[in-house]
Design a protein around this ligand. Structure first.
Ligand SMILES: O=c1ccn([C@@H]2O[C@H](COP(=O)(O)OP(=O)(O)O[C@H]3O[C@H](CO)[C@@H](O)[C@H](O)[C@H]3O)[C@@H](O)[C@H]2O)c(=O)[nH]1
Ligand SMILES: [Mn+2]
Length: 735
């Protein structure tokens, strides 16, 4: 008996990863249950106190509907908070067991446009990936260029040469991070003279290369004398543009070539450039289309059992991420169930107080770990390691054995592989096949990643979330309110469209994944519809305040308790989560403002666009977010001043709501003061608080309208339009 227990303990000892429960659940559950009771009481009050017609009954029923929704949505969000877990990978155990007998890995990087995604930024990412602490002959890096740009190809060609210096340098000094763009600005000069010499040499080479790339990108043309250096440049000699060109596949470094070695004679990872064919008459399905072409092209060239993919701005910040991911896949006990290992999406350009609420801290630290407990995190499109077979549509079965040795060592001539690979990247290849549906990433959804991950979960696989102390990937997040609104429009629209489709997690996932897992997916699926009750809540109670329609219990009524309890406790808990996830107090406050802003703009558009799509009035789009901003803008961003500047309809919505609340608060309070009836204030206590909080949270909006003089202020035309809409809104009767 004792032996058995010891054996078992030893067995556990040797797992390649550990799963830990996150503590504090008893307190959390107590909180959650009391809030649930509070929500129930709020709804009871609403139902039992409906006023007479003409005394605000319609407005009251609207409040009931909004609160029903908020209550329901709150329940949905508890799924991921119930029993979150954390994973830890043991890469030394992996090393002890497997040494360097590790599987081949294909790495996919997607880029789409050399203007909004500067090639020098993309190349820093590529270099960081080539420099993984992993046997180079087992690494294959693919760049998909949806811009089909000779500038990007040129940059990759430069990179293939610089890599010969960069990789040995990284290895010799074991540096982190391995993106030269991130490393040099933060590294100190080495003291040792020999190290310093090499450091300066590599730094110099890198800076010269970046200089060349940037200036050629600025000029928009690759000089003829450079083009003679590689046959690949001739792909652009036939004309064509980013929307209309033949398929291009160029192997810049062939890892199987014995002559392809770095400065120290070590093997190099394979490096491939791909621009799939584009023709105006064929839909290219955005990033999902690019990924699927990469899956096929790579199957010709390297065919590794593991595929990792990142966005072009997400450099590797931790050279051990591949080994860590393999701890999950190769774990003897549960590895065979895992389809993908997702790392969080971290940004390196967030300001201290997270002015646009883009840090994703709570999603990364709370929600993803919560999903992991129920079957696995979502696939979020970047920083993810896939099992090729699962991504290509295989259903999980207990008896499936992965062939970890796969990864063709073709003796085929490189030009033959290129030609074959090109035929897999044409517009017509996918016609009448299951690609984009059962095979590869799914088409037709602006969040191709989430829907693909959901399908994988529903095919019986699980996924794992790994968030090591040293971030695995770091990228560029949106730095203006416009970019933030745009990104969240795509996300909320995409996730809501999944909810409305046959892939609705509750229907599609029924019987295939657990209910809390389905609820977890719906946290994002239901972002968009949150817009309507939120709009209602930021408009109607304030108007009621101005017009003398009371919509909440009186200050002396016992019914006021659940209202206060729910809002106070819910916000304290959200503050607690934010603080423990790394936000600041101000950052949390800014985040609350951004939730409101996103709900009344991005999410509203998300709803409207879904309705238009259902009616067949609009088609799906994917607007690439810019990874550059002008100097003036960046300065304000550093100072955490909100950036408006242009007159877009979103700003009109934001400004209208802000103005409306200001007018209602001032107007409402003035009435009480002039009438001298304190009694009135009793009936409107919560409305004053709500409206007052909305005014306080909107202070930066008023500043942008009336006080600021810089270029990022809200343009006068927007203010004017908002004033107009606000006056119109004042006429809305509260019945
Ligand atoms: O037609 C396209 C459009 C985009 N991309 C690439 O897709 C990536 C993501 O685009 P980005 O504009 O940076 O969007 P984000 O909002 O930052 O992306 C998040 O959300 C997307 C889904 O909406 C996911 O695909 C991403 O992985 C995830 O990081 C970038 O590398 C682009 O180059 C393409 O390859 N082809
Ligand atoms: Mn991005």
């Amino acid at each position: 008996m004792r032996r058995l227990r010891e054996d078992r303990r030893r067995g556990e000892m040797e797992r390649l990863f550990a799963t830990e429960k996150i503590g504090g659940r008893a307190l959390y559950k107590l909180q959650a249950i009391t809030v649930l009771v509070g929500i129930y009481l709020v709804l009871c009050y609403r139902v039992t106190h409906v006023p007479a017609a003409a005394a605000g009954r319609a407005a009251w029923l609207g409040m009931l509907a909004a609160e029903l929704w908020f209550g329901f949505y709150w329940v949905i969000t508890q799924s991921v908070r119930w029993c979150p877990i954390r994973r830890r990978a043991f890469k030394d155990r992996l090393a002890a067991r497997y040494g360097e007998r590790l599987p081949c890995v294909d790495i996919f990087v997607c880029t789409a446009d050399p203007q909004s995604e500067p090639p020098s930024l993309v190349m820093a990412t590529i270099l960081s990936l080539m420099a993984y602490n992993y046997p180079p002959e087992k690494l294959n890096v693919y760049l998909s260029d949806d811009g089909g740009s000779i500038l990007t190809f040129y940059a990759l060609w430069e990179t293939s040469a610089f890599a010969k210096h960069w990789l040995p340098f990284c290895r010799r000094y074991n540096i982190e991070p391995r993106s030269p763009a991130a490393y040099f600005p933060q590294s100190d000069k080495p003291n040792d003279p020999r190290a310093f010499e090499e450091w300066s040499l590599v730094k110099g080479l890198y800076e010269e290369m970046t200089e060349r790339i940037d200036s050629i990108v600025r000029s928009g043309k690759v000089p003829e004398e450079i083009k003679v250096n590689h046959k690949g440049f001739s792909e652009w000699s036939t004309g064509g543009n980013s929307k209309d060109h033949q398929p291009i596949v160029q192997i810049l470094i062939d890892g199987k070539d014995r002559d392809a070695v770095d400065k120290e004679g070590n093997a190099l990872p394979t490096l491939v450039y791909m621009a799939r064919e584009k023709r105006p008459q064929y839909h290219h399905n955005f990033k999902a289309g690019a990924m699927n072409a990469l899956i096929r092209v790579s199957s010709m060239i390297s065919n590794s059992p593991i595929i990792m993919n990142v966005d072009c701005d997400m450099y590797s910040n931790n050279s051990d991420s591949i080994r860590e991911a393999l701890c999950f896949f190769l774990d003897e006990e549960t590895g065979h169930k895992i389809a993908f290992v997702q790392y969080p999406q971290n940004y390196n350009n967030m300001t201290k107080n997270n002015i646009y609420g883009n840090s994703l801290n709570v999603i990364n630290q709370v929600e993803m770990g919560g999903m992991d407990a129920w079957g696995g995190p979502l696939y979020i499109g970047t920083g993810c390691f896939h099992r090729r077979e699962a991504l290509c549509g295989r259903t999980f079965t207990k008896d499936y054995k992965e062939d970890w040795d796969r990864g063709i060592k073709t003796q085929q001539r490189i030009d033959l592989s290129e030609e074959k690979a090109k035929s897999l990247a044409t517009c017509t290849y996918e016609l009448n096949t299951l690609w984009g549906n059962k095979i590869g990433l799914k088409y037709g959804c602006p969040v191709e990643d989430v829907i693909t991950g959901l399908a994988i979960h529903c095919r019986g696989w699980r996924s794992v979330y790994n968030d090591p102390p040293r971030a695995a990937f770091v990228g560029v997040g949106p730095t203006t309110i416009a970019q933030t609104i745009l990104q969240h429009k795509r996300w909320s629209e995409g996730n809501f469209s999944i909810f409305l489709s046959k892939y609705c997690p509750f229907l599609f996932g029924h019987g295939k994944t657990r209910l809390p897992h389905q609820m977890g997916y719906c946290i994002y699926g239901l972002w968009a519809p949150n817009s309507l009750p939120t709009l209602y809540y930021v408009v109607i109670p304030s108007l009621g305040l101005l017009k003398g329609t009371s919509l909440f219990p009186e200050i002396m009524s016992p019914w006021i308790t659940p209202f206060i309890y729910v809002s106070v406790v819910k916000n304290i808990y959200s503050l607690y989560e934010a603080l423990t996830s790394g936000d600041t107090l101000r950052g949390w406050w800014n985040g609350q403002r951004m939730w409101m802003v996103k709900r009344i703009t991005s999410y509203l558009y998300g709803v409207i666009d879904n309705i238009r799509k259902l009616l067949g009035l609009s088609k799906m789009g994917f607007v690439v977010s810019s990874k550059v901003s002008d100097e003036d803008e960046s300065k304000r961003y550093e100072q955490e001043i909100m950036e408006f500047g242009t007159s877009s309809p979103e700003y009109v919505i934001i400004a209208t709501i802000a103005l409306l609340n200001l007018v209602c608060l001032v107007g409402g309070l003035a009435q009480f003061l002039t009438s001298g009836q304190n009694m009135l204030l009793n009936n409107f206590f919560l409305q004053v608080i709500l409206c007052g909080l909305l005014v306080v949270i909107n202070i930066p909006i008023y500043e942008a309208m009336f006080l600021r003089k810089d270029r990022g202020r809200i343009p006068f035309s927007v203010t004017l339009a908002s004033l107009g809409f606000m006056m119109l809104a004042l006429f809305v009767p509260i019945v």
